[in-house]
Design a protein around this ligand. Structure first.
Ligand SMILES: Cc1ncc(C[n+]2csc(CCOP(=O)(O)OP(=O)(O)O)c2C)c(N)n1
Ligand code: SF4
Ligand SMILES: [Mg+2]
Length: 300
């Protein structure tokens, strides 16, 4: 029987197998599923300490149908560089070396190894799935946690804004930088496919709403992910050899009037429950300044 809608676009083969240990509604299973489909399972995946280390299941079993290397927090991109060098020395060119790391393992702890691998131009696909906190150890704030969000280390709401790591990666002048969302799998799939056809370090920052840490019902992961994009809180774009382009629904949101109010996104999540009107304005101003940056990037 043929599959409905967009599902027909994706290859049948599954690489994230039933029986994995993710929480209900977890964005990891959703995101990694499409990433591995786009790579047709031809990948060695490096995973630093994060929720995915648990989702994979206890050794020697694994819910991922690709070779996986679980590695220390700070070392993911450096490990991927080493694997790549070894593969090249052996003349093996038909497998992608992929880092799949959390936001803590990317924007805070892994950033120096990532920057080094980018500077060396290593042929790696680096994907940061961003659930905006250190979820695996009990929801501590990271540099990717947005302003105002409750975490167990920001009980009255975080006072700093989210660190813009995709922009930092653009400054490395690597061939490909993209943002993506688990709410828009076709966009994600196409970006991973495109990255897989380019040489050098490719960086994809994947927005990944976590029902446990963000405090929303587990059946609403996709709704929350889509609202992040539709309100302009999360912007879908790609930068190919320095050329910036909006993608998916973000392409029609340059005009502020087309964006939904951010309240529609915030309201669904308990982590934003205590925001004052002033906090919402602070966040809205930040979102607007992000769009001003994007407008400048499009004009370059
Ligand atoms: C050097 C080091 N410090 C701390 C830890 C504990 N630790 C394991 S997973 C994790 C959280 C990772 O957060 P993130 O990268 O955002 O991934 P997530 O758990 O959110 O999926 C922490 C702090 C560790 N394993 N190694
Ligand atoms: S805490 Fe969040 S990211 Fe971690 S496994 Fe559960 S739903 Fe997934
Ligand atoms: Mg995280």
């Amino acid at each position: 029987m043929s599959k409905p809608g967009v599902l027909r676009l994706f290859p049948e083969e599954e690489y994230v197998l039933p029986g994995h240990a993710a929480c209900p509604g977890c964005p990891i299973g959703i995101g990694l599923r499409y990433v591995l489909k786009a790579l047709e399972g031809k990948a060695i995946v490096v995973i630093p300490a994060c929720c995915t280390s648990i989702v994979a299941g206890p050794f020697p079993r694994s819910a991922f149908k690709v070779p996986v290397l679980h590695i220390a927090f700070a070392a993911a991109a450096a490990t991927a560089s080493g694997i790549l060098e070894a593969l090249e020395a052996k003349g093996i060119t038909d497998v992608h070396v992929v880092v799949w790391a959390g936001d803590g393992g990317t924007v805070d702890i892994g950033i120096q190894a990532l920057s080094g691998a980018a500077e060396r131009g290593h042929n790696i696909i680096y994907i940061c799935y961003d659930n905006e906190a250190y979820m695996n150890t009990g929801i501590q704030r990271s540099g990717a946690t947005p302003y105002g969000a409750w975490t167990t280390t920001t009980v009255t709401g975080k006072r700093e804004h989210k660190k813009d790591v995709p922009a930092i990666m653009v400054a490395h002048r690597i061939p490909y930088v993209a943002t993506a969302s688990v709410g828009f799998p076709v966009d994600l799939y196409n970006k991973v496919k495109k990255a897989s056809m380019m040489k050098g370090l490719k960086y994809i920052h994947l927005h990944a709403p976590c029902p446990v840490g963000w405090r929303f019902p587990s059946e609403k992961t996709i709704e929350v992910a889509r609202l992040a994009v539709e309100t302009g809180m999360w912007v879908l774009y790609e930068v190919v050899y320095g050329k910036f382009k909006l993608t998916g629904p973000s392409a029609r949101l340059l005009d502020k009037k087309q964006r939904k109010p951010i309240g529609e996104y915030l309201r669904l999540q308990e982590r934003f429950r205590k925001l004052s009107e002033q906090d919402v304005k602070e966040l809205q101003d930040f979102v607007d300044s992000q769009w001003e940056y994007i407008t400048k990037m499009l004009e370059r």
